[in-house]
Design a protein around this ligand. Sequence first.
Ligand code: NAD
Length: 308
Amino acid sequence: MSDSGHTYGFIGLGNMGGPMAANLSVFLTAVGRPPLIVFDAAGTADRAPEGAACAAGAAAVAQQADVVFLSLPDGPIVRAVAEEVAQASARRATALVDFSTVGIDAAREVDALMRAQGITYADCPVSGGRIGAQNATISLMWAGPADLLELHRPALESLAGNVFHVGERPGQGQALKLLNNFLSATITAATAEALLFGLTQDLDLKTMLDAVNVSTGGSNASREKFVRRVLPGTFDSGFDTALMAKDLQLFADSMRRAGSPEVFAGASEAVWREFLAVMPASDHMEIYKFIRDRDAGPEHRPAEDDTS
Ligand code: NAD
């Protein structure tokens, strides 16, 4: 099957959606397709990728595009935008693909809402961070109809390195994404704690990372995030603490409801919740500063602009 002839829309041009839409737009231009129709509530014109056409709102995207992609912060926002898409007058959109992390219940709810309006929905969260989105190396975790995925595979592969069909049931993509982010968040926090201990023993941060990264304690967090964001003191991964804390809470809630065995989830979720309360507007890699200064008392807590 091929997707020739479809017009695509993209709503949410933030840290992830911006570069994903840019890669898709390059692909559509290269293969001579209609321009990507884009919208972002914080301002579309200054976020729109080259070659894309700006729409005035979510309904306008739905009027012009057959397939609408979403990359939005959370479940309540996705639900509201999905409803705008479904209720657009003279709607052209027949499929909605959600790249956001919204949790299992929200994905099921949006699926039911879309189904009632004759729209096919795919729950398709992503992993790989802003750099992965820029380089089109992110993973897609598609839960939804396999034939819809195959129909749009060329467009999806223009913005992702790995496309996984993880199930037919919306919510399964979210389950996989949440368990991935539980692992990522827990390993990131544990790596910060471990390195901070090393500093008390007069070990050098770079030396520790060099050694750990070729030893058994190394991970994507230590090899990528700590080397690129903590060692140079930039703390600029492009993934907000609020989004990671949301993912941890969704994971812990989902696990408990499923009756799945729990050892670390509650502890990890509590650390990220406390970190968010202390540093609400931070990048998630500032977990290093939060753990470093946690027991120092409020007057020693890291300032938002502290990049030390
Ligand atoms: P972001 O906050 O950078 O981007 C979200 C965008 O949505 C913003 O530009 C915002 O203006 C726009 N928006 C908000 N409400 C809107 C509305 N009602 N209509 C239209 N646009 C609206 O977030 P992000 O980091 O790009 O993350 C997007 C999603 O991807 C989240 O669900 C997040 O959990 C997930 N995610 C993020 C990363 C990452 O590294 N940043 C990685 C994987 C998954």
